[in-house]
Design a protein around this ligand. Structure first.
Ligand code: HEM
Length: 487
């Protein structure tokens, strides 16, 4: 029998079905909610506007996706990305409402492959009392004096070791260097592992693991997602070994790392698998967000001689502090670093301009109305921080790196939310700022910028070099800046 007709009829039938379903969905929404849904378009069937969203994300202006729609539809608009109808908010008040809402209104929702890799018990995905419990335990430990002292010692050690190896006339890939440093520091804080064979193995599996965070949601042998899940399984095995050894040893009164903190919890809801999964997920900022912060700060400083000068010239804060501590023969302590006001402003401005985390995604559990906009039940909502941070109504000349703008400006408004907010406010804020401060202090007190020209991207590998005491900071900084965060 000739079956070629099937080839022609099937696509027609499929298309008809898709359009019928879409029209029904849209009619249902219109009749239920009249005009309350934000303006915007759902784009193509199934893929929606994902292709444009992703292609903008890979340019140096990822916010162009938002800006174009914002100009047409307003600060809050509807779209269809990563397989879900989505309300995108570039409005600080709407973002604040979303971040401050609890799990009765919104739950975290991310692309499928990301959720699968994080695992059901990841703190980034769980809700209610369990999330609050883990958040509280981790947050308190990350704020503790004892951990800050340890982080400062480790950070100084690894920064010095790394910088001692920066060879003259060789390019320095700041992001690679800072990845190594921050990963070692964080893994030590999480499971007390020191550099060595086991650390290298963990790092190898970890790199395989994160390479699949933004993959297609197909879990078959050979796919990126499959390989990432395998790598996570191997890491979980290594971490579980540590957990079992600690369980056998018994509870420690003063926790020395996050494993101890979670094991000491008496609620009995924290299983070994949950602890292992969360330890692995918490390695992500160590390998990703914190190094991106340090790399971007270096890049912005090298492009802004006035700011660099304020950090380094004679009598300025970093040099003064170094001199004082050298005279007293004392090492710098964590509060010294956090007390450097201009360094803190440089970090704040880097967070604003760099947008290491573009925003957070949630799913509405019921119809929610905010500022007259409706977010229908089952829809995703993307609270976009980037557009708020780069809005000229909130910041004069938003694309200009200007640490001085923070001199008399409040940081605790939702016009500035690089670490999120509400119940899920990043518990790693202090650590991230401390690590970046230590790195910048050593960079600017050991290296000097002598060349105001940045090498262009073609020649940058060839040209980039540094020489101790007269190093070219701009060359040091100009590598791999397109890297973005994965959660
Ligand atoms: C520049 C560095 C960092 C940035 C920009 C950043 C940003 C964020 C943001 C925006 C959130 C909120 C996610 C949400 O609401 O769904 C978050 C959550 C979180 N961050 Fe960070 N982070 C950074 C560093 C760190 C560090 C060093 C750690 C330490 C391990 C850390 C651990 C966490 C954890 C555990 C959560 C989940 C909190 C929860 O859902 O209860 N972060 N981070």
């Amino acid at each position: 029998m000739d079956t070629t007709w099937i080839l022609f009829v099937t696509p027609i039938l499929l298309c008809t079905l898709i359009f019928y379903c879409r029209n029904k969905l849209s009619l249902k929404l219109k009749s239920k909610h009249r005009n309350q849904l934000p303006l915007g378009t759902l784009g193509l069937p199934f893929i929606g506007e994902t292709i444009e969203f992703v292609s903008c994300a890979y340019t140096d202006r990822p916010e162009s996706f938002m800006n174009k729609r914002r100009a047409m539809y307003g600060k809050v608009f509807k779209s269809h990305i990563f397989g879900s109808p989505t309300i995108v908010s570039t409005d600080a008040d709407v973002n604040k409402f979303i971040l401050q809402s609890d799990a009765k209104l919104f739950v975290p929702s991310y692309p499928k492959s990301l959720m699968k890799l994080m695992g059901e018990s990841s703190i980034l995905l769980i809700n209610g009392t369990l999330q609050r419990r883990i958040h509280g335990l981790i947050g308190a430990f990350f704020k503790s004096q004892q951990l800050k002292i340890q982080i400062t010692t480790d950070m100084e050690k690894y920064v010095q070791e790394s910088m001692a190896n920066w060879k003259e006339d060789q390019p320095i890939y700041i992001q690679d260097e800072t990845k190594k440093i921050a990963f070692y520091v964080l893994v030590k804080a999480l499971i007390s592992l020191d550099p060595g064979e086991e650390m290298e193995l963990l790092k190898k599996h970890f790199q395989e693991f994160i390479s699949g965070l933004m993959s297609l949601p197909i879990n078959l042998p050979g796919t990126k997602l499959y390989q990432s899940l395998q790598a996570k399984r191997k890491m979980a095995k290594l971490v579980r070994k540590t957990i079992e050894a600690r369980r056998n040893k018994g509870i420690t009164e003063v926790p020395k790392d996050v494993v101890d903190v979670l094991l000491n919890d008496t609620s009995e809801r924290l299983t070994d698998d949950l602890i292992a999964d969360n330890i692995i997920d918490m390695m992500i900022p160590g390998e990703d967000s914190v190094p991106v912060l340090m790399t971007l700060a270096t890049k912005y400083l090298s492009e802004c001689p006035a700011a660099l000068q304020q950090l380094t010239v004679r009598h300025e804060e970093n040099i003064q502090l170094k001199k004082l501590k050298d005279q007293l023969e004392e090492p710098l302590c964590w509060s010294d670093y956090l007390s450097l006001p201009f360094t803190q402003r440089v970090i704040t401005e880097t967070l604003r301009m760099g947008n290491i985390i573009n925003g957070v995604m949630r799913k509405a559990l019921k119809d929610v109305e905010i500022k007259g906009y409706l977010i229908p039940q089952g829809w995703c909502v993307f609270a976009n921080f980037r557009s708020v941070h780069l809005d000229e109504k909130n910041y004069d000349c938003p694309y200009q790196f200007n640490p001085w703008r923070w001199q008399n400006k409040e940081m605790n408004s939702y016009n500035f939310s690089p670490f999120g907010g509400g119940q899920r406010l990043c518990p790693g804020i202090d650590l991230a700022r401390l690590e970046a401060s230590i790195f910048l202090h050593h960079l600017v007190t050991q290296f000097r910028r002598y060349n105001s020209e940045l090498p262009n991207s073609k020649n940058e590998k060839k040209d980039a070099h540094r020489s101790k005491k007269s190093g070219n900071l701009s060359c040091l900084s100009s590598q791999k800046f397109e890297a973005t965060s994965t959660y």
